[in-house]
Design a protein around this ligand. Structure first.
Ligand SMILES: O=C(O)C1=C[C@@H](OP(=O)(O)O)[C@@H](O)[C@H](O)C1
Ligand SMILES: C=C(OP(=O)(O)O)C(=O)O
Length: 407
């Protein structure tokens, strides 16, 4: 279903409650399956987290996780240690193009039994659950941190824990640190020194504990963009957020100062305020926060600021090739974009074309990143319900702050 967003003005003051982080949720759901004494609050209502919950409960042989990358990678590790169980883990057409070989090889090095059902190196995969007895493994850390988090999440259930050597430049580091912090919160010990991570085994029950998932910072990015495109004095309050987050995308707070957006934290929320600022070109390395690249590129386009975004080598294996998708859609709107396989250069724009129809390529972040442009001009977002992958109430929330949206 396509949505038309008429050129809109938003309320001077508004507030939004955003669902729990899908990254934290999908880690904690897996840990809860391993350690049922954990209780969770504010779990994400995203498709990806619902798919994770259902997959962990499912006893069927074929488990389909659709577009959910974290679920695919984390469950590959999880089913590898479900002794005696045979599982075929599959996903959407796009999931079958997202590489998994590095993780599969690492698990096999630990003793896992995994084979490819269709194409070598890609889902679907057949996993025969086993007791994994080895504990030392090394893997290339430059393709996806999700492979590393997957191994870390099951590590404490291995007889000897894990000693992981990370080769090459480590990408998306905050997501690895998030995994280790959550292990620490539930009482599993680990170390991360230089390029080696160790996790201690723990076959015992843990102290019963309730953990509250912080709301999703990647979802918050769209409100940083909205604030940046709004008149000076506009305030948007988002909950539930804290100043010291486990989520690397909380780097938004410092990044969006560049666009005149300040963030004040309260007990359980953060207020974004648009302030007067002089706009200058932006140079940014996003290897630690790849999911906010689309939001930032569109903010720059809307504000006519040239930008150079680097560290984007993981974008081409996400829900779509996000570099190509960004270039194609920004150029439809009148912008000029150059891409390599790891960077994006946006020239200063002159005008934004009106009523352009933005294709979303089964990528929630394409839909959400382009939506703030409605503060500048009318725009159509194709297949708008794609947002449910991470943020099902996105359009209702935009309406509640003043966006005029029709089907
Ligand atoms: O571990 C996680 O929760 C995630 C890690 C990142 O992936 P990569 O490590 O593949 O960049 C990120 O893009 C994804 O949305 C969520
Ligand atoms: C890349 C993403 O998700 P995943 O890799 O888990 O599919 C995302 O949410 O932007």
């Amino acid at each position: 279903m396509h949505f038309t967003l008429q050129k809109s003005n938003i309320a001077k003051q508004s507030s939004i409650k955003i669902t729990g982080s899908k990254s934290e949720s999908n880690r904690l759901l897996l840990l809860q399956a391993l350690y049922p004494e954990i209780e969770l609050n504010n779990v994400s209502n995203s498709d990806d987290s619902n798919l994770m919950t259902n997959a962990l409960k499912s006893s069927s042989k074929v488990v389909d996780i659709h577009h959910a990358g974290t679920a695919m990678r984390f469950l590959t590790a999880y089913f590898s240690i479900q002794e005696g169980r045979e599982t075929v883990l599959t996903g959407s057409k796009r999931m079958k193009e997202r590489p998994i070989k590095i993780l599969v090889e690492a698990l096999k090095e630990l003793g896992a039994e995994i084979s490819y059902v269709e194409n070598d190196g890609f889902p679907p995969i057949k996993i025969i659950g086993k007791k994994l007895t080895k504990n030392k493994v090394s893997l290339n850390a430059n393709v996806s941190s999700q492979y590393i988090s997957a191994l870390l999440l099951i590590a404490s259930k291995l007889e000897n824990g894990i000693e992981l050597t990370l080769e090459g430049e480590i990408t998306s580091v905050p997501y690895i640190k998030m995994t280790l912090s959550l292990l620490d919160e539930i009482g599993v010990e680990s170390t991360f020194k230089e390029n080696t991570i160790t996790v201690k085994p723990n076959s015992n029950k843990l102290e019963p504990k309730t953990l509250t998932v912080e709301s999703d910072w990647s979802s918050a990015s769209y409100y940083f963009s909205i604030a940046a495109l709004s008149p000076v004095g506009t305030e948007i309050t988002l909950s539930s957020y804290k100043e010291h987050s486990l989520q690397g995308d909380s780097a938004l707070v410092s990044i969006y100062k560049h666009f005149g957006v300040s963030a004040q934290f309260h007990e359980n929320s953060v207020t974004l305020t648009k302030e007067n600022t002089t706009l200058t070109p932006l140079n940014l390395d996003l290897k630690n926060a790849p999911d906010i690249a689309q939001t930032i590129a569109v903010t720059c386009f809307a504000l006519s600021i040239p930008c150079d975004l680097t560290g984007l080598h993981t974008l081409k294996i996400k829900e779509t090739d996000r570099l190509v998708a960004l270039k194609t859609e920004i150029e439809k709107l009148g912008g000029s974009v150059k891409i390599t396989d790891k960077s994006l250069h946006l020239a200063a724009s002159t005008a934004i074309k009106s009523m352009v129809s933005i294709a979303t390529y089964n990528d929630h972040r394409m839909a959400m990143a382009f939506a703030p442009l409605a503060l500048k001009t009318s725009i159509v977002i194709e297949d708008a319900m794609v947002v449910s992958k991470s943020y099902p109430t996105f359009w209702d929330d935009l309406k509640s702050i003043g966006f005029q949206i029709t089907k």
